[in-house]
Design a protein around this ligand. Structure first.
Ligand SMILES: Cc1ncc(COP(=O)(O)O)c(C=O)c1O
Length: 260
């Protein structure tokens, strides 16, 4: 069934909310803010609610069906997390609100950062990236800055396993790196021979997700990281699936996964 757009169900003159007569003198708006034409749909409140509720029911969601993808299932947020993020103390914060009124939220961010440092084994952590792909972009920019800081300007090649999420090659391509896809072997691991063949002095690094987007732990992670490091490259660990490796692996400062 094709659902009409909200403009198609609009009726001229219909409104969702009727304001009471003002009890203060009316003031006119500045001329520059006035316009002759404002093409917005005109509907009652209940028409709008019904329209968007109908559309929302067309979405496949974890509440109504199975998610067959490995990584997105693992990072699915439990309902309690969604409830928590909706607490008024978080949901109604304003970015420009006085600093003394947001100490609770800042304290929570600081603690999260300290926990992530402990979990990941890194010395420092940034909570600035707003999503997975944004974090990837931050990571590949750091990798590029590292090579440039050493005057190593020919390192422009980023290796990405064919099991990777599409945002990995997109993030690397966005900053002008050359993306080379590494095939998986019959067990779903990164093909080691194909990886070694690409590890030369133009290597910027490897982006790896563990477990990968198929939901598989790569059996050769230590060897993979060592191979890339020996060639002068860096390894980016995609955090999308971090919850699945907590308590199984640590990533010590040398940036190689180690099984606990
Ligand atoms: C393995 C992996 N990496 C990166 C991303 C990108 O994350 P985001 O959607 O938060 O930008 C996803 C998203 O599904 C993912 O599954």
């Amino acid at each position: 069934m094709v659902n009409p757009t909200i403009f198609e169900i609009s009726s001229p003159g219909r409104t969702g909310v009727t304001f009471p007569e003002p009890d203060v003198p009316a003031a006119s708006l500045p001329e520059t803010l006035l316009r002759d034409n404002l093409p917005l749909p005109e509907l009652s409140e209940v028409d709008v609610i019904r329209h968007f509720t109908r559309l929302s029911q067309l979405n496949h969601s974890v509440d109504t069906g199975y998610y067959p993808l490995g990584s997105c299932t693992m990072k699915y947020n439990p309902k309690i997390n969604e409830e928590t993020s909706r607490l008024p103390g978080f949901a109604y914060l304003h970015p420009l609100q006085p600093i003394e009124t947001v100490q609770g939220a800042l304290g929570l961010l600081y603690e999260t950062q300290e926990w992530l440092k402990e979990i990941s084994g890194f010395d420092a952590m940034s909570l600035q990236p707003a999503a997975g792909a944004h974090g990837e972009l931050t990571g590949v920019l750091i990798m590029r800055a590292y090579h440039r800081s050493r005057g190593d300007t020919k390192r422009v090649k980023m290796l990405i396993p064919d099991s990777a999420h599409g945002t990995n090659p997109a993030s690397s391509a966005m900053i002008g790196l050359k993306v080379v896809q590494i095939p998986s072997d019959a067990r779903g691991n990164i093909d080691l021979d194909a990886l070694k063949a690409e590890c030369d002095d133009t290597l910027a690094g490897l982006m790896i997700t563990n477990p990968n987007t198929l939901g598989l732990f790569d059996e050769n992670l230590t060897e993979i990281c060592d191979t890339v490091h020996k060639a002068g490259g860096l390894v980016y660990g995609d955090g999308a699936n971090l919850n699945a490796i907590i308590r199984l692996f640590i990533i010590p400062p040398c940036n190689s996964w180690r099984k606990l």
